[in-house]
Design a binder for this molecule. Structure first.
Ligand code: UP5
Ligand code: MG
Length: 190
């Protein structure tokens, strides 16, 4: 897979910061393959795969599913895609996730987007979503925010130090935010 020289973007940000929404726009404009780690896990749970009930509990509690599960799902999707440009949404959540990906896939991301949003706005967006997600309730949202702060901020910090982080102010309309995203990919020659 490494030999295909894929272009990999990690898309990070707290719960409800607009990762999925902006990923859709990036797909429409730049033709990436979108892989939401959370979506892949929810699909695994729905298909009653091995350990589905444990995974469901983990998500209900806002905790992080073991790296080996998530990385395997992402790897399968990447290897079976004929697109060579990937948006990996909501992953890596932890330093352990990041290291597991880099070791197994043998690649680092080309770019890391970080949608920076206030907690107040994130809570409001998540509670308004109404798509029946088991983790979209005030108790779980509070836990997700805490897990984001403790486990994901160090990953964001790591990529900032590597010069790969593109931080985007995620307050504003969806279109206003996308106009800040667009030049990042244009500058990469897409
Ligand atoms: N919305 C979007 N943009 C808006 C804007 N500019 N103005 C106003 N409203 C806006 O957006 C959220 C809502 O806000 C939507 O209703 C949207 O219309 C509106 P969305 O684009 O869905 O935000 P997103 O950042 O994708 O929020 P999401 O809730 O999906 O983020 P999470 O990171 O919490 O969820 P994810 O699906 O990635 O993970 C869920 C759980 O899975 C995790 O908590 C964890 O338990 C588990 N998980 C792992 O264990 N490992 C992983 O690697 C990944 C997930
Ligand atoms: Mg999402």
């Amino acid at each position: 897979f490494k030999e295909r020289n894929p272009f990999i973007t990690f898309v990070l940000g707290g719960p409800g910061s607009g990762k999925g929404t902006q990923c859709q726009k990036i797909v429409e404009t730049f033709g990436f393959k979108h892989l939401s780690a959370g979506e892949l896990l929810r699909r695994e749970i729905e298909s009653n795969s091995e350990n589905w009930s444990q995974m469901l509990n983990t998500i209900k509690e806002g905790r992080i599913v073991p790296s080996e599960v998530t990385v395997r799902l992402i790897q399968q999707e990447m290897e079976s895609s004929d697109n060579n440009k990937f948006l990996i949404d909501g992953f890596p959540r932890t330093e352990e996730n990041r290291i597991a990906f880099e070791q197994l896939i043998g690649l680092e991301p080309n770019v890391v987007l970080f949608f920076d949003c206030s907690e107040e706005e994130m809570v409001k967006r998540v509670l308004n979503r109404n798509q029946g997600r088991v983790d979209d309730n005030i108790d779980t949202v509070k836990k997700r925010l805490k897990v984001f702060e403790i486990l994901n901020l160090p990953v964001i910090d790591y990529y900032s130090k590597r010069g790969k982080l593109r931080k985007i102010d995620a307050v504003g309309t969806e279109d206003e935010i996308f106009e800040k995203v667009r030049p990042i990919f244009s500058a990469c020659g897409m």
